[in-house]
Design a protein around this ligand. Structure first.
Ligand code: GLA
Length: 361
Protein backbone atom coordinates (compact mmCIF):
# COMPACT_ATOMS: atom_id res chain seq x y z
CA UNK A 1 0.00 0.00 0.00
CA UNK A 2 2.87 2.41 0.81
CA UNK A 3 4.13 1.82 -2.73
CA UNK A 4 0.88 3.27 -4.10
CA UNK A 5 1.14 6.54 -2.15
CA UNK A 6 4.86 6.77 -3.09
CA UNK A 7 3.99 6.34 -6.78
CA UNK A 8 1.21 8.90 -6.59
CA UNK A 9 3.65 11.28 -4.90
CA UNK A 10 6.36 10.81 -7.53
CA UNK A 11 3.94 11.18 -10.44
CA UNK A 12 2.35 14.31 -9.10
CA UNK A 13 5.28 16.18 -7.55
CA UNK A 14 8.11 14.80 -9.74
CA UNK A 15 10.12 14.10 -6.59
CA UNK A 16 10.64 11.27 -4.12
CA UNK A 17 8.89 11.54 -0.75
CA UNK A 18 11.02 11.51 2.39
CA UNK A 19 8.68 9.38 4.53
CA UNK A 20 5.67 7.09 4.22
CA UNK A 21 3.25 5.52 6.68
CA UNK A 22 0.24 3.19 6.76
CA UNK A 23 -2.70 2.79 9.16
CA UNK A 24 -5.63 0.36 8.89
CA UNK A 25 -9.37 0.97 9.21
CA UNK A 26 -11.33 -1.11 11.70
CA UNK A 27 -14.46 -3.13 12.22
CA UNK A 28 -16.02 -3.09 15.66
CA UNK A 29 -17.19 -6.58 16.58
CA UNK A 30 -18.95 -5.51 19.78
CA UNK A 31 -19.42 -2.45 21.99
CA UNK A 32 -20.66 0.56 20.07
CA UNK A 33 -21.28 3.96 21.66
CA UNK A 34 -19.57 2.73 24.81
CA UNK A 35 -16.06 4.18 24.37
CA UNK A 36 -16.98 7.81 25.10
CA UNK A 37 -18.81 6.50 28.18
CA UNK A 38 -15.55 5.06 29.56
CA UNK A 39 -16.82 1.59 28.64
CA UNK A 40 -15.71 -1.57 26.83
CA UNK A 41 -15.15 -2.21 23.11
CA UNK A 42 -13.99 -5.10 20.90
CA UNK A 43 -12.71 -3.88 17.53
CA UNK A 44 -10.29 -5.48 15.07
CA UNK A 45 -8.12 -3.93 12.32
CA UNK A 46 -9.25 -4.40 8.71
CA UNK A 47 -7.02 -5.46 5.83
CA UNK A 48 -7.89 -2.09 4.22
CA UNK A 49 -6.32 1.21 5.16
CA UNK A 50 -4.67 4.48 4.26
CA UNK A 51 -1.11 5.15 3.18
CA UNK A 52 0.66 8.53 3.06
CA UNK A 53 3.87 9.83 1.59
CA UNK A 54 5.24 13.24 2.52
CA UNK A 55 8.11 15.66 1.90
CA UNK A 56 8.79 18.90 3.80
CA UNK A 57 8.74 21.99 1.54
CA UNK A 58 9.59 25.70 1.72
CA UNK A 59 6.57 27.45 0.17
CA UNK A 60 4.51 27.71 3.41
CA UNK A 61 1.75 25.64 1.80
CA UNK A 62 0.07 22.29 2.14
CA UNK A 63 0.16 20.76 -1.35
CA UNK A 64 -1.88 17.57 -1.43
CA UNK A 65 -2.86 14.88 -3.87
CA UNK A 66 -5.40 12.25 -2.88
CA UNK A 67 -6.33 9.12 -4.81
CA UNK A 68 -9.99 9.67 -3.83
CA UNK A 69 -10.32 13.46 -3.78
CA UNK A 70 -7.79 14.81 -6.27
CA UNK A 71 -5.37 17.70 -5.71
CA UNK A 72 -5.72 20.59 -3.25
CA UNK A 73 -3.42 23.37 -2.08
CA UNK A 74 -3.67 26.09 0.54
CA UNK A 75 -1.46 28.29 2.67
CA UNK A 76 -0.24 26.66 5.85
CA UNK A 77 -1.62 29.57 7.85
CA UNK A 78 -5.14 29.37 6.36
CA UNK A 79 -8.15 28.55 8.51
CA UNK A 80 -9.65 25.06 8.28
CA UNK A 81 -12.19 24.85 5.45
CA UNK A 82 -13.89 21.46 5.67
CA UNK A 83 -11.55 19.78 3.16
CA UNK A 84 -9.28 16.80 3.84
CA UNK A 85 -6.36 19.22 4.26
CA UNK A 86 -7.86 20.05 7.70
CA UNK A 87 -6.55 16.69 8.93
CA UNK A 88 -3.05 17.65 7.72
CA UNK A 89 -3.15 21.09 9.41
CA UNK A 90 -4.53 19.42 12.53
CA UNK A 91 -1.79 16.78 12.62
CA UNK A 92 1.00 19.36 12.23
CA UNK A 93 -0.49 21.51 14.99
CA UNK A 94 -1.13 18.61 17.37
CA UNK A 95 2.31 17.08 16.80
CA UNK A 96 4.34 20.27 17.35
CA UNK A 97 2.22 21.27 20.34
CA UNK A 98 3.10 17.93 21.96
CA UNK A 99 6.73 18.04 20.84
CA UNK A 100 7.82 21.67 20.47
CA UNK A 101 11.02 21.84 18.41
CA UNK A 102 13.20 24.75 17.40
CA UNK A 103 13.45 23.49 13.87
CA UNK A 104 10.03 22.04 12.97
CA UNK A 105 10.51 20.39 9.60
CA UNK A 106 6.91 20.90 8.53
CA UNK A 107 6.37 24.48 9.70
CA UNK A 108 7.54 25.75 6.30
CA UNK A 109 5.24 23.55 4.26
CA UNK A 110 4.41 19.98 3.30
CA UNK A 111 3.77 17.99 0.15
CA UNK A 112 1.57 14.97 0.74
CA UNK A 113 0.09 12.10 -1.28
CA UNK A 114 -2.74 9.94 0.11
CA UNK A 115 -3.76 6.47 -1.09
CA UNK A 116 -6.72 4.65 0.42
CA UNK A 117 -8.83 1.58 -0.20
CA UNK A 118 -11.14 2.31 2.74
CA UNK A 119 -14.65 3.54 1.91
CA UNK A 120 -15.42 6.89 3.56
CA UNK A 121 -18.55 7.71 5.62
CA UNK A 122 -19.12 3.99 6.08
CA UNK A 123 -18.37 3.27 9.73
CA UNK A 124 -14.95 1.68 9.11
CA UNK A 125 -12.88 4.57 10.51
CA UNK A 126 -11.26 6.11 7.49
CA UNK A 127 -10.77 9.38 9.38
CA UNK A 128 -9.12 7.67 12.36
CA UNK A 129 -6.82 5.74 9.97
CA UNK A 130 -5.93 9.02 8.24
CA UNK A 131 -5.19 10.76 11.54
CA UNK A 132 -3.10 7.85 12.87
CA UNK A 133 -1.12 7.62 9.62
CA UNK A 134 -0.46 11.38 9.77
CA UNK A 135 0.91 11.36 13.32
CA UNK A 136 2.98 8.25 12.45
CA UNK A 137 4.56 9.84 9.40
CA UNK A 138 5.38 13.13 11.15
CA UNK A 139 6.89 11.28 14.12
CA UNK A 140 9.04 9.25 11.73
CA UNK A 141 10.16 12.40 9.90
CA UNK A 142 11.05 14.05 13.21
CA UNK A 143 12.67 10.90 14.66
CA UNK A 144 10.29 11.08 17.59
CA UNK A 145 9.23 7.73 19.04
CA UNK A 146 5.60 7.74 20.23
CA UNK A 147 3.99 4.71 21.88
CA UNK A 148 0.79 3.44 20.22
CA UNK A 149 -1.51 4.64 23.01
CA UNK A 150 -0.14 8.17 22.99
CA UNK A 151 -0.27 8.17 19.21
CA UNK A 152 -3.98 7.26 19.38
CA UNK A 153 -4.70 10.12 21.79
CA UNK A 154 -2.91 12.60 19.50
CA UNK A 155 -4.88 11.32 16.49
CA UNK A 156 -8.15 11.70 18.41
CA UNK A 157 -7.23 15.32 19.19
CA UNK A 158 -7.12 16.07 15.45
CA UNK A 159 -10.75 14.95 15.14
CA UNK A 160 -11.89 16.78 18.28
CA UNK A 161 -10.17 20.10 17.60
CA UNK A 162 -10.01 20.32 13.79
CA UNK A 163 -12.86 18.17 12.42
CA UNK A 164 -15.49 18.69 15.10
CA UNK A 165 -16.40 15.07 15.95
CA UNK A 166 -16.26 14.44 19.67
CA UNK A 167 -15.37 10.80 19.03
CA UNK A 168 -14.19 8.28 21.60
CA UNK A 169 -10.78 6.63 21.43
CA UNK A 170 -11.64 3.18 20.07
CA UNK A 171 -10.93 3.78 16.38
CA UNK A 172 -7.58 5.49 16.82
CA UNK A 173 -6.52 2.93 19.43
CA UNK A 174 -7.20 -0.12 17.27
CA UNK A 175 -5.73 1.53 14.17
CA UNK A 176 -2.57 2.32 16.14
CA UNK A 177 -2.26 -0.64 18.56
CA UNK A 178 -4.49 -3.40 17.08
CA UNK A 179 -3.14 -6.72 15.80
CA UNK A 180 -4.35 -8.22 12.53
CA UNK A 181 -6.73 -11.19 12.94
CA UNK A 182 -7.23 -10.48 16.66
CA UNK A 183 -10.11 -8.90 18.50
CA UNK A 184 -8.81 -6.07 20.69
CA UNK A 185 -10.65 -5.90 24.00
CA UNK A 186 -10.16 -2.34 25.22
CA UNK A 187 -11.35 -1.13 28.61
CA UNK A 188 -11.32 2.64 28.20
CA UNK A 189 -11.69 3.43 31.90
CA UNK A 190 -8.80 1.18 32.91
CA UNK A 191 -6.82 1.96 29.74
CA UNK A 192 -6.33 -1.77 29.44
CA UNK A 193 -5.94 -3.78 26.22
CA UNK A 194 -6.06 -7.55 25.72
CA UNK A 195 -6.06 -9.33 22.36
CA UNK A 196 -8.36 -12.29 21.78
CA UNK A 197 -8.21 -14.82 18.94
CA UNK A 198 -11.04 -14.69 16.41
CA UNK A 199 -13.28 -17.73 15.95
CA UNK A 200 -11.48 -20.57 14.11
CA UNK A 201 -13.36 -21.84 11.04
CA UNK A 202 -15.46 -18.67 10.88
CA UNK A 203 -15.44 -15.41 8.95
CA UNK A 204 -16.48 -11.92 9.97
CA UNK A 205 -17.83 -10.26 6.82
CA UNK A 206 -17.97 -6.48 6.63
CA UNK A 207 -20.88 -5.57 4.40
CA UNK A 208 -21.79 -2.10 3.23
CA UNK A 209 -25.52 -1.44 3.45
CA UNK A 210 -25.39 0.63 0.26
CA UNK A 211 -26.25 3.89 2.01
CA UNK A 212 -23.56 6.21 3.35
CA UNK A 213 -23.69 7.66 6.87
CA UNK A 214 -25.93 10.70 7.06
CA UNK A 215 -25.85 13.62 9.52
CA UNK A 216 -23.54 11.48 11.56
CA UNK A 217 -21.40 14.20 13.24
CA UNK A 218 -24.32 16.16 14.67
CA UNK A 219 -26.32 13.07 15.72
CA UNK A 220 -23.20 11.47 17.19
CA UNK A 221 -22.44 14.55 19.28
CA UNK A 222 -26.12 14.64 20.33
CA UNK A 223 -25.97 11.03 21.61
CA UNK A 224 -22.82 11.90 23.49
CA UNK A 225 -24.50 14.80 25.25
CA UNK A 226 -27.57 12.67 26.06
CA UNK A 227 -25.24 10.23 27.83
CA UNK A 228 -23.65 13.09 29.76
CA UNK A 229 -27.10 14.31 30.81
CA UNK A 230 -28.13 10.81 31.92
CA UNK A 231 -24.94 10.48 34.00
CA UNK A 232 -25.59 13.85 35.61
CA UNK A 233 -29.17 12.86 36.55
CA UNK A 234 -27.93 9.58 38.04
CA UNK A 235 -25.07 11.39 39.87
CA UNK A 236 -22.37 9.20 38.35
CA UNK A 237 -19.25 10.51 36.59
CA UNK A 238 -20.12 8.61 33.40
CA UNK A 239 -22.30 5.72 32.23
CA UNK A 240 -19.56 3.21 33.08
CA UNK A 241 -20.43 3.97 36.68
CA UNK A 242 -24.19 3.50 36.16
CA UNK A 243 -26.30 0.43 36.89
CA UNK A 244 -29.84 -0.73 36.12
CA UNK A 245 -31.11 0.39 39.57
CA UNK A 246 -30.29 4.01 38.76
CA UNK A 247 -32.22 3.98 35.49
CA UNK A 248 -35.45 4.88 37.27
CA UNK A 249 -34.11 8.39 37.72
CA UNK A 250 -34.30 9.00 33.95
CA UNK A 251 -37.04 10.00 31.53
CA UNK A 252 -37.96 7.54 28.76
CA UNK A 253 -35.49 8.70 26.11
CA UNK A 254 -32.45 8.92 28.41
CA UNK A 255 -33.41 5.59 29.97
CA UNK A 256 -33.23 3.95 26.55
CA UNK A 257 -29.83 5.50 25.82
CA UNK A 258 -28.34 4.52 29.18
CA UNK A 259 -29.82 0.98 29.02
CA UNK A 260 -28.06 0.48 25.72
CA UNK A 261 -24.70 1.52 27.13
CA UNK A 262 -25.03 -0.56 30.32
CA UNK A 263 -26.16 -3.69 28.42
CA UNK A 264 -23.62 -3.19 25.61
CA UNK A 265 -20.74 -3.26 28.13
CA UNK A 266 -22.09 -6.61 29.38
CA UNK A 267 -22.27 -7.86 25.80
CA UNK A 268 -18.59 -7.02 25.27
CA UNK A 269 -17.65 -9.11 28.33
CA UNK A 270 -19.86 -11.99 27.19
CA UNK A 271 -18.52 -11.90 23.66
CA UNK A 272 -14.94 -12.20 25.01
CA UNK A 273 -16.08 -15.32 26.87
CA UNK A 274 -17.57 -16.63 23.61
CA UNK A 275 -14.24 -16.04 21.84
CA UNK A 276 -12.30 -17.85 24.55
CA UNK A 277 -14.74 -20.77 24.45
CA UNK A 278 -14.77 -20.72 20.62
CA UNK A 279 -18.55 -20.52 20.87
CA UNK A 280 -19.61 -18.92 17.58
CA UNK A 281 -23.34 -19.47 18.19
CA UNK A 282 -23.11 -17.50 21.42
CA UNK A 283 -21.08 -14.74 19.78
CA UNK A 284 -23.63 -14.51 16.96
CA UNK A 285 -26.61 -14.25 19.32
CA UNK A 286 -24.89 -11.41 21.19
CA UNK A 287 -24.34 -9.64 17.84
CA UNK A 288 -28.06 -9.70 17.06
CA UNK A 289 -28.91 -8.48 20.59
CA UNK A 290 -26.42 -5.65 20.17
CA UNK A 291 -27.95 -4.60 16.86
CA UNK A 292 -31.49 -4.56 18.28
CA UNK A 293 -30.28 -2.40 21.17
CA UNK A 294 -28.40 0.00 18.88
CA UNK A 295 -31.48 0.26 16.68
CA UNK A 296 -34.28 0.29 19.27
CA UNK A 297 -32.68 1.89 22.35
CA UNK A 298 -29.87 4.01 20.99
CA UNK A 299 -31.62 4.83 17.70
CA UNK A 300 -28.50 4.96 15.53
CA UNK A 301 -29.54 2.43 12.89
CA UNK A 302 -31.15 3.07 9.49
CA UNK A 303 -33.71 1.28 7.33
CA UNK A 304 -30.87 -0.10 5.19
CA UNK A 305 -28.82 -1.35 8.17
CA UNK A 306 -31.88 -3.00 9.77
CA UNK A 307 -32.73 -4.61 6.45
CA UNK A 308 -29.18 -5.90 6.00
CA UNK A 309 -29.25 -7.50 9.46
CA UNK A 310 -32.62 -9.13 8.66
CA UNK A 311 -31.46 -10.45 5.29
CA UNK A 312 -28.22 -11.72 6.88
CA UNK A 313 -30.23 -13.61 9.49
CA UNK A 314 -32.61 -15.07 6.90
CA UNK A 315 -29.57 -16.10 4.84
CA UNK A 316 -28.09 -18.12 7.71
CA UNK A 317 -25.59 -15.70 9.32
CA UNK A 318 -24.87 -16.69 12.94
CA UNK A 319 -24.88 -13.01 13.90
CA UNK A 320 -25.05 -9.51 12.44
CA UNK A 321 -24.96 -5.96 13.74
CA UNK A 322 -24.21 -2.45 12.56
CA UNK A 323 -20.61 -1.50 13.24
CA UNK A 324 -19.23 1.89 14.29
CA UNK A 325 -21.33 4.98 14.76
CA UNK A 326 -24.32 3.83 12.66
CA UNK A 327 -26.69 6.19 10.77
CA UNK A 328 -25.80 4.22 7.58
CA UNK A 329 -22.58 2.54 6.49
CA UNK A 330 -21.58 -1.02 7.33
CA UNK A 331 -22.70 -4.11 9.22
CA UNK A 332 -20.50 -6.96 10.43
CA UNK A 333 -21.79 -10.51 9.95
CA UNK A 334 -20.57 -13.79 11.42
CA UNK A 335 -20.69 -16.98 9.36
CA UNK A 336 -19.02 -20.38 9.27
CA UNK A 337 -16.27 -20.31 6.63
CA UNK A 338 -18.08 -23.00 4.62
CA UNK A 339 -21.17 -20.89 4.43
CA UNK A 340 -19.83 -17.34 4.16
CA UNK A 341 -19.61 -17.19 0.37
CA UNK A 342 -23.19 -18.44 -0.01
CA UNK A 343 -24.45 -15.91 2.51
CA UNK A 344 -22.63 -13.09 0.74
CA UNK A 345 -24.20 -14.13 -2.57
CA UNK A 346 -27.70 -14.26 -1.06
CA UNK A 347 -27.27 -10.79 0.41
CA UNK A 348 -26.05 -9.29 -2.87
CA UNK A 349 -29.00 -10.88 -4.65
CA UNK A 350 -31.53 -9.52 -2.13
CA UNK A 351 -29.94 -6.10 -1.68
CA UNK A 352 -28.36 -5.04 -4.98
CA UNK A 353 -26.78 -1.93 -3.44
CA UNK A 354 -25.00 -3.85 -0.68
CA UNK A 355 -21.36 -4.87 -1.20
CA UNK A 356 -18.70 -6.83 0.60
CA UNK A 357 -16.02 -4.47 1.96
CA UNK A 358 -13.65 -6.90 3.71
CA UNK A 359 -13.43 -10.25 5.50
CA UNK A 360 -11.46 -10.87 8.67
CA UNK A 361 -10.74 -14.25 10.21
C1 GLA B 1 -17.29 6.29 15.89
C2 GLA B 1 -16.34 6.93 16.91
C3 GLA B 1 -15.91 5.92 17.97
C4 GLA B 1 -17.09 5.20 18.60
C5 GLA B 1 -18.02 4.67 17.50
C6 GLA B 1 -19.29 4.09 18.08
O1 GLA B 1 -16.61 5.33 15.16
O2 GLA B 1 -15.22 7.44 16.26
O3 GLA B 1 -15.14 6.57 18.96
O4 GLA B 1 -17.77 6.03 19.49
O5 GLA B 1 -18.38 5.68 16.57
O6 GLA B 1 -19.00 2.99 18.87
Amino acid sequence: MNKISKDIFKNYFNKDPSNSSYAPGRVNLMGDHTDYNNGLVLPSPLSLGISLSILPSNNYKIDGISQQYGSLSRNLSNEIDGSWLDFVSGAIEVFYTHFPKNDCLLKKGIKIAVASNLPTDSGVSSSAAFSVALIKVISELENQHINPMKLAIMAQKIEHDFIGTKCGLMDQMVSSAGVKSKAMFYDVYKNYIENYPLLPGHDFLIFHSGSKRKLSESLYNKRRSECEKASFLMSVPDLRGANKELLKLLDKKLLLRASHVISENERVKNSCTALLEENADMFGEIMYDSHYSLSGNYEVSSIELDNLVKVAKDSGALGARLTGAGFGGCCVLLATRDNSEKIAEKIKKNIPNAWLVDIIN
